[in-house]
Unconditional design. Structure first.
Length: 405
């Protein structure tokens, strides 16, 4: 074996093959999105080669940055923070988190102490795996207790939670959900936290773009002191994380970022995120509203043609997510694999998300076609025809990729 076998063109071919294939698919994974060409351009900029460390504790003889040559990088970061504070009506914003998971770690480090108990949504009820007892809380020596959940309603049971609060000392409620078809009961949770002096934290990874677009409650308006999330689900930015908070706790968060959960924030990512923030300031309301309209229409169409969809009596969904009733599938894994074989991408959890297809330009009328594709695959009839429908939809709404050799 010699070095000639490692040819960069092999990698380029795989990237191009992936992009060509993805352009021929309909992606319904609720945790992914596509960014604009401008955002992708920022990701490839020289910012990706550079460091900046302007925290006070890393200053040298009063100069507020350990590195020189950062004047443009630092200005972009400042602009990004101002855009985030404006868009999310926040007193404090931090763009340096490299993932939504890391934002949760930073929030735990900032607002809990060893031995504290936090209430979280159980993974069985769609809670985020990273907030379960054996994951991040364990790493910071924090105990967890499961929030009571009403599976019929598909939401938190606040009355039973209050009963739990009366019995157990709970220091913080940290809501984080991977399955989130409905708005959480913010007002009731807020009142509960105020009544018992409990810190209220939130993971908005899935709904960040919906918050930006005004179709989902802004947690900061309901006594949530800080929330974080990933920036690539309903928010169409680069993969990464963000924290939004009230001004009073900004210093508590800031001191737990650099050299605690991050040492290199990836400033090309931050530049790309700043552009995405600007895009959402201008287009976010229309985009978020269309996501919800598409979700409801697709859920209705699927349900009407016999696909098992949950929560029909509640209007199916208030977000980007549609939840399939896996108990009514003979073999959902094989169904998902058949969908992939004709170009429809889903996950194995029974969640469908409309944020990416909405970002590509699909509207309510296209949801009828997608439902027809599901029907053909579900009934195992004429998969060639289903593939033709996929091609028709995908060809109308191609992704504008920047990358080519």
């Amino acid at each position: 074996m010699d070095g000639d076998e490692f040819n960069y063109k092999d990698i380029l071919k795989l990237i191009e093959a992936h992009e060509d294939w993805r352009n021929k698919t309909i992606n319904l994974i609720p945790s992914e999105n596509v960014t604009s060409p401008l955002v992708r351009k920022a990701l490839t900029s020289d910012f990706g080669h550079r460091y900046s460390a302007w925290e006070e504790e890393w200053s040298v003889e009063g100069v507020p940055n350990f590195y020189l040559g950062t004047k443009y990088i630092d200005e972009v970061y400042r602009l990004g923070v101002e855009a985030a504070k404006y868009l999310f009506k926040a007193g404090y914003a931090d763009l340096r988190l490299v993932s939504g998971h890391i934002t949760d770690l930073a929030l735990l480090m900032s607002f809990t102490e060893a031995g504290d108990t936090i209430a979280v949504v159980s993974e069985r009820d769609g809670g985020y795996p990273g907030l379960q007892s054996h994951t991040l809380p364990r790493k910071v020596c924090v105990n967890t207790i499961e929030i009571p959940f009403d599976r019929v309603e598909g939401n938190i049971d606040v009355d039973r939670l209050e009963n739990l609060v009366r019995i157990h000392r709970i220091d913080a409620i940290f809501i984080g959900s991977s399955y989130i078809p409905f708005k959480h009961p913010f007002r009731e949770l807020s009142e509960l936290c105020v009544r018992y002096g409990i810190t209220f934290l939130y993971d908005a990874s899935h709904v960040l773009g919906l918050i930006a677009g005004g179709v989902y409650p802004n947690p900061l308006e309901y006594n949530v002191i800080a929330y974080g999330g990933s920036t690539h689900k309903t928010f169409p930015g680069p993969q990464g994380g963000i924290i939004l908070a009230i001004d009073e706790v900004g210093e508590d968060i800031r001191r737990n970022i650099m050299m605690h959960v991050v040492d290199n924030p990836h400033y090309n990512r931050i530049a790309a995120l700043t552009i995405a923030l600007y895009e959402m300031i201008k287009f976010g309301r229309d985009y978020a509203s269309q996501i919800v309209r598409n979700s409801r229409r697709l859920a209705e169409e699927l349900y009407n043609i016999g696909i098992p969809v949950k929560y029909s009596d509640k209007g199916f969904t208030e977000t980007h997510q549609i939840i399939l009733d896996l108990n009514k599938f003979n073999d959902y894994i094989k169904f998902a694999q058949r969908l992939e074989s004709i170009g429809v991408i889903v996950d194995y959890g029974g969640r469908l998300g409309t944020q990416e297809i909405t970002r590509r330009g699909l509207k309510e009328g296209d949801m009828e076609t997608i439902a027809e594709i599901f029907k053909l695959v579900y009934k195992e009839k004429d998969l060639n025809r289903a593939r033709e429908y996929v091609n028709d939809v995908a060809s109308k709404y191609r992704i504008e990729y920047c990358f080519r050799e």
